[in-house]
Design a protein around this ligand. Sequence first.
Ligand code: DGJ
Length: 785
Amino acid sequence: MIQYENQVFHLATEHTSYIIGIRNERYLENLYYGRKVHTRVTNTALQEKFGTGYGNSTVCPEDTTMTLDNLCMEYSFGGNGDYRHSPLEMQMPDYSYSNRFYYKEHEIYEGEYRDSKKTKMPYVRCSQEGEQTSTLEIILEDWLYSVELKLIYTVLPSCDVITRRTVITNKGTESIQLNRIMSMQLDLPESDYYMETFDGAWTRERHVNRKKLESGLYVNESTTGSSSNRHNPLILLTKENCTENAGSCYGINLIYSGNHYEAVEVTPYEKIRIMTGINPYQFEWELGQDETFFTPEAVLTYSHKGRQGVSSQFATFVNQYIVPKQWQGTERPVLINNWEATYFDFTEKKLLKLAKEAASLGVELFVLDDGWFGKRESDTSSLGDWFVNEKKLGGSLNQLAAKINNLGMKFGLWIEPEMISENSELYRKHPDWAVRIPKREDYIGRNQYVLDLTREEVRDTVVQMILNVLHGANIEYVKWDMNRHLSDAYSASLGKRQGEFYHRYILGVYDMMERITKACPKILFESCSAGGNRFDLGMLYYMPQIWTSDDTDANERVEIQEGTSYGYPLSTMGAHVSAVPNHQTLRNIGLENRFHIACFGVLGYELDVTKLSTADKRIVKNQIAFYKEHRKLFQYGNFKGERMHNGNIIWQVVSEDKKEAIVMCYQRLQRANSSSDVLKVKGLDADSLYHVQARKQSISIKQFGDLVNQASPVPIKDEGIMQTIVNKVYMLDSEEESYELYGDMLEYAGFKLKQQFVGTGYTGDTRVMGDFATRIYTITKKEGF
Ligand code: DGJ
């Protein structure tokens, strides 16, 4: 809901208020953003007070006691005495960088921003049934040069999200040059915040970093050409006392997949200024007469229920307003991907053997990864040659897909349309389509070049090639990969305007995604960029799930998936069980434990299942059956990550109707004679009775090593033949554990788990854990209690 009264705008969601006042008939002052307050406010109570000025500050021409340097502005502009970090830097026709954007008028209307489509960028998909979405456009104008700056706000009440963006139109006759134009600026009147960012690198994405804000400027950005695995566009701002479940937390994200920039400044007057938008790094945009520049849409949310409040608001937001409509709320198939099973070394026979085994275990989708096209036997060739290597596949893609379908599975395919290999037919035909600087030595990545997607003819050719492939066989899933960062950004078509390259590149990517996904609405697309290098809202707009990380080590995944969950729901996170020793870390984690981490997301298997022992195949079959039974909960349940008193990790998902939950505990390292584990589950119905049941899992006798001889009638040598044979077919069942508790007991008292193995003996009731160990418990509401 958006109200305007007495020069005050009140934007209200179900639990938050955002209030803006018009000051001196020209400035927009942010009066409040936070927990919901009454709609009727007097402008003056919340206004900044100015009395006798501030020493050597620059003051306003219409009020010499007032300095913009200490005003919570909605959007600052150049040359006005506001010396804080600026959201806008543009060169005016007089070559100065000063401008005067004053309030002119506004408009409030139902629904989303009416020019959303014109932006050629992904945006919030409104028009939900019964949703009271509304939009506010505030128009500011620099009348000297007829430049119009629009601040656009869209309010999504049910998920407590407000989106913002800035749109600039040059209505004058002379060109202006944009050097920086942020999607939004938010000034808050207090500065005692922590900033939380989600940082990392390849195979180490989105680890949470929390820093206390002191005086100065804190930047979170990417310059790699994509949203990057280094710094996700998501940031949180929390107060000192903010915990997972209580306290003030702001969440900010950007619907953009290119170079992004978020900055938080603690100002000299102890306020904070937050901004997000396109990174000004190597950015310049010339805006001619009657031209408009749209910034990407920024997303804001606030919760007084701590980080998990924000996390669950963002989860609802992504599931309902970002992912393509046809995939909203749909259960995603369990897949097998051949990448870590074969890498480039496969034949039709090998693939079918893998598929057959996977089908017998309950897998629903077979994904053929890199290496099926051109002459690609390694990462040194063929990107751009999007036609099938029939020799390698023993026939057409259509035939292979049909054979997979005959096994009762869907068929999916890997592509990397944004790239070109030097050793490819496409490159030999169009060497100038590769992004590089003429006459310079190249700095490249993974032996490949990025295609110049700023050019329409390049996009047209690639789209056509890809559609030929996708229409040529029964393909029901596509993994769209992108395996390198951009470097030497340059397009032969841009001449002097190379400052537009990065943004035009990502607009080109969006154009291709729009065309390909629209032409194949039934194909489930999964975005990927060397794992999670492009895990952002822009990608999710086209593709409802993303390969979270190339790191499939369950222990590493705990950090990666938990970090990701603050901004993105479980339904978006691809999570696979892979072989041990793990291919990224060489770590050895038990099969059940690998599964327990991977099932909090969209489950897949990425290993040679034909090589599993009989016992392991039985385990995988049970895992898949269990996942299918609880899939809705694992993909769409409300997720929370917590810590036990002893540091052990708890993950839980609760269904929307609170009838079902699943909770997992994860012990990173076994401690000798360990303390008891207490499992608390939040968010259930306090007055309902629940049945708690431990998932029966298999324990390998190998875990006992030599100790097994204390019980075995025949001697079994650790790592010996006997142990290997027994372990192949026989596993111990985990302890049985079940309770009945009310929702309030589960939340406040929790339940104590059975004693762990501590070296004093073993009975069927002993909880054998060890390092990197997990247990899962299902929680079901008992009707009639
Ligand atoms: C990087 C992806 O993240 C992997 O899963 C795999 O698809 C390779 N690319 C293939 O080149």
